[in-house]
Design a protein around this ligand. Sequence first.
Ligand code: SAM
Length: 416
Amino acid sequence: MVPLQPSDLAYNDVQPTEPARALPGDPAGEQAARATRETGPPPVFGKAGAGASARGRESVSMSPLVILGQDRPVPPPIPAWSGAGGSRLVDAFGRRLTYLRVSVTDRCNLRCSYCLPEDADFPFGDRDFLSPGEIEAMVGALVRLGIRRVRLTGGEPLVRRDILEIVRRVKALPGVENLALSTNGTELARLAPALKSAGVDRVNVSVDSLDPERFREVTRGGDLELVWRGIEAALAAGLDPVKLNAVLLSGAGGLADAERLAALTLDHPLSVRFIERMPTEVNQGLQAEEFLSADEVRARLEARFGPLLAASTASPRTGPAAAYRFAGARGEVGFITPLSHTFCADCNRLRLTARGELRLCLFADRVHPLRHLLAAPRPEAALEAEILRVLQDKPAEHKLTQGDYGNLVSFMQIGG
Ligand code: SAM
């Protein structure tokens, strides 16, 4: 293993991140004191006390921007695309593929410990990532075949200087009904309005802990306040919904993190999704002793806040996350449980890597190169034919529970 070098942490496409700032003081108050006693101090960014719970359950104070967001109803989940007669993306098991995740880079400006441990062999390869035009061509082929929802991810997608051009090109493709973005939020305060104008509809922000010190530790240097300002900027820009993704981390700290994140949903229209940590090549050593199951977290949250009810009248499962809410809560709590409860039978997704390979399953043994087809005499037809050909190799299910994570080195390669 090659140790991380300072030069590996820098990526010349990285956008300038605002300098880290000290967190503002946490004003004294009974609510804060109560929460501190039970789950540690809540973050108080913006105007303190603005998000006080109406029901006596402790909540996390948020700024006026978030309070503005309360007037908006929590939007219903996007229905699965029925695509009658339109989609040709049907795999050997009859699953219709309508959702594409596109990694635009495998570089990131954070180093979350579970994603890229210190001894990980990084970087994963050169910086010859797909250009905006190449992304447009490849996503275009997939959309002509039946993809309807696209998510841009990474690495950290917002470290690409041309991210707005990528957004504009993908959103302009006829057939793209919804464009989402996954981000660690570090560049969101600066970019949220431009992303919205360029065509991003919804955003998921990764926040594993609301404790600034723990956040800094887990992300190896991340600034929670900066990310929090990004979340507020996303809400203010009208990105809808704004979801928070938290990987479940083991130990007492992990359960406390989950409680504090779940408390946000009591009074704020935010969706918090807890993700079971998955093994990859770089983090398999951590997996066994540090795994925290969604069932354990759910039991803890219900003991603290009351029963979790299905968030919609339909099944709680919308995609991989099962969505719930506490009685009377404004936001939702979701669980993504690839290990304890698999959801492969309903899989509707494909993935495109930053170097132009199709990944049929997150934990597949191999990827399928497509980029060379852009040089074919009729690239559009060549891409479509190859995608339809390899699609039949999409496996019925992953084998994570048997410890087989395929050839996935780190989520940083493909963005989950
Ligand atoms: N940089 C973006 C972000 O932070 O959301 C997109 C890429 S990041 C790799 C996508 C998601 O994968 C994040 O929510 C991250 O926490 C999650 N992730 C990374 N490693 C994981 C693992 N081993 N198991 C489960 N989720 C993981």
